[in-house]
Design a protein around this ligand. Structure first.
Ligand code: C5P
Length: 300
């Protein structure tokens, strides 16, 4: 196969429970992921030397060297397949960067699938999952997509039954927040005595199974939100503005700064997004739905 393009969605965390810091520096999570309909497209082709090119308005924010997770994903696939081959990777980026939407992890998931396809699919899905876990905590979920409970570092996944589609508005900002800084701030707030293990409430899973956005709105929660709001005070105003515009509920997505609002319908999503854009508080507001599938080949 000469060139393969894979489309991959962003993720949100409807619920993000964070446990105490572990000796390895990570935190045990109890989270509900949902893949939502804003996508990057990653194209991988054989080349004489490794390269990454990024297209789109976010391009200046994205590294184009081996610190790009897609580069490391392509190399990991070649190594696991015992092939000496370099790749030219093109990322057509629509997922906001450093926003708590796992855009970098999404590109890695896409690069795993695309590179394996370019090399004749010698690795199994299990192999790709193992490589995904080595690249980052959100990468395994973005291979799968849909809705899932994530435990451990976030890489042990259990699919979650959902009915219908949920409509969301994602309010994004021009600059990101550091994920490790948000976790470190949470540890400081809790102090060294904190030992409580995180748990996804049954009521959140019931709301998803019933496809009821009103029930789900009451279950949205994120342990990292106070840290994100402390790092960027304007997020509190954005969360209030979204609710005032009619959103059923809103929280910070992952480690932020993106704020995600649950709304009752697609038309309400368009209204809330337009209102947030007009407020001048946010860089952009996207109307999306979920769950959607994970990394999938679209051409090749
Ligand atoms: O796994 P990933 O590289 O995406 O994680 C980025 C950072 O987020 C980690 O270095 C760590 O500081 C924090 N993190 C964590 N616990 C997790 C996932 C991420 O502390 N379960």
């Amino acid at each position: 196969m000469s060139a393969v393009t894979v489309r991959v969605p962003a993720k949100i965390n409807l619920y993000l429970g964070v446990g105490p810091a572990r000796p390895d520096g990570y935190h045990d999570l109890a989270t509900v992921f949902q893949a939502v309909s804003v996508y990057d497209e990653v194209t991988v082709r054989r080349a004489d030397a490794m390269s990454v090119q990024v297209i789109g308005p976010w391009a200046p924010e994205v590294p184009i060297d081996q610190t790009n997770l897609a580069w490391r994903a392509a190399e990991a696939v070649a190594r696991a397949a015992a092939v000496e081959q370099a790749f030219a990777i093109t990322i057509d980026k629509s997922i906001p960067v450093a926003g708590g939407l796992a855009g970098g992890s999404a590109d890695a998931a896409a690069a795993l699938v695309a590179t394996n396809e370019v090399l004749g699919s010698s690795l199994s899905w299990d192999d790709l999952e193992r490589l995904a876990a080595g690249l980052g905590s959100d990468v395994p979920f973005l291979l799968h997509g849909g809705s899932a409970v994530g435990t451990g570092r976030g890489i042990e996944l259990t699919p979650v039954l959902t009915r219908g589609s949920f409509h969301w508005v994602l309010a994004t900002f021009a600059s990101g927040l550091s994920t490790p800084d948000m976790y470190a701030d949470l540890d400081r707030r809790r102090g060294p005595g904190f030992t409580e293990p995180p748990e996804v409430p049954e009521s959140a899973l019931r709301a998803l199974a019933q496809g009821d956005p009103h029930l789900l709105a009451d279950q949205l929660a994120n342990d990292l939100q106070p840290s994100a709001v402390a790092a960027r005070a304007a997020l509190a105003d954005v969360l209030t503005a979204g609710r005032d515009l009619g959103a059923l509920g809103g929280i910070v997505s992952g480690s932020g700064p993106t704020c995600m609002f649950l709304v009752g319908s697609e038309s309400q999503a368009l209204d809330v997004a337009a209102g947030l854009r007009a407020s001048g508080l946010v860089n952009s507001a996207l109307s999306v739905h979920g769950p959607v599938h994970g990394a999938r080949v679209v051409t090749g």
